[in-house]
Design a protein around this ligand. Structure first.
Ligand code: APR
Length: 247
């Protein structure tokens, strides 16, 4: 794919870059995207119907087991060349923020440092009742454990449908979208708000905004540049085009 010079130049010179990633960035690590059909045991469930407080209230065991399945998938997966390219980019830019909607922790495992997790993390837990974080060295696969403080059920520390984003993470995300010169929006369907507003906030504030996705979706035509290719291939190619051989 031809990479436009305007993007290469901005990658080389921008002092401030913000990136928003979604499930597509982890697809090439073998982690199914949220809106992919589920496979195996979980094929008959719609993730949107499992990822909600109402679903947990109705059937905590079912929801807990679904997250145990996702945790096992992610634990067996490795960061892909797209994750690694973003960690490399961070090392070259003075002000770099990686906002992710992913809960898989793969950006951290790839070496990214300044990561804003908008939707939480699969490997953290909190109490459904008192909301306090709960430390678990190993998460039992079958049943949610009980909160040591209040006896409530433990849930994954992820943001479910109908829940607010963690306010500090959201504030940091908006601030970085508003101050960056270059905003890359990678592997997200752009349908889940408010995360989907971030590229538009960046664009209104004057940033050059770029979408990277395998196919046109809700953001098509709304940013300055749209590149349609798998992020695990395109991101390393961008790094090579801007900085030469990969670090
Ligand atoms: N490279 C780039 N993009 C890809 C790739 C790839 N290899 N594979 C898939 N994609 C794109 C798809 O085309 C789609 O636009 O990634 C996007 C994944 O979309 P979703 O599954 O909707 O994931 P995401 O946008 O992260 O969802 C946002 O919604 O359900 C909630 O909390 C959940 O964080 C999630 C949020």
């Amino acid at each position: 794919m031809q990479i436009p010079d305007a993007l290469i130049e901005r990658l080389r010179t921008a002092q401030s870059i913000t990136v928003l990633t979604g499930a597509g960035v982890s697809a090439e690590s073998g982690v199914p995207t949220f809106r992919d059909a589920q496979t195996g045991l979980w094929a008959r469930y719609d993730p949107a119907e499992l990822a909600s407080p109402a679903a947990f209230r109705a059937n905590p065991t079912l929801v807990w087991q679904w997250y145990a399945y996702r945790r096992a998938l992610v634990a067996a997966a490795m960061p892909n060349p797209g994750h690694l390219a973003l960690a490399d980019l961070e090392r070259r830019v003075a002000d770099f923020t990686l906002i992710t909607q992913n809960v898989d922790g793969l950006h951290h495992r790839a070496g990214s440092q300044n990561v804003v997790e908008l939707h939480g993390n699969l490997f953290r837990y909190r109490c459904f009742d008192d909301n306090e974080l709960v430390e678990l060295t190993t998460a039992p696969p079958d049943e949610p454990p009980r909160c040591p403080q209040c006896g409530g059920l433990v849930r994954p520390d992820v943001v479910w449908f109908g829940e607010w984003l963690p306010s500090e993470a959201w504030r940091a995300a908006v601030a970085s979208a508003e101050r960056c010169e270059l905003f890359l929006c990678i592997g997200t369907s752009g349908v889940v708000r408010p995360a989907a507003d971030l590229p538009l906030i960046a664009r209104s504030a004057g940033a050059y905004t770029v979408e990277i996705n395998i196919a046109p979706g809700a953001l098509d035509g709304r940013l300055d540049l749209h590149l349609y290719a798998p992020s695990g291939q395109l991101l390393p190619a961008l790094m090579t085009a801007a900085f030469g051989a990969a670090a």
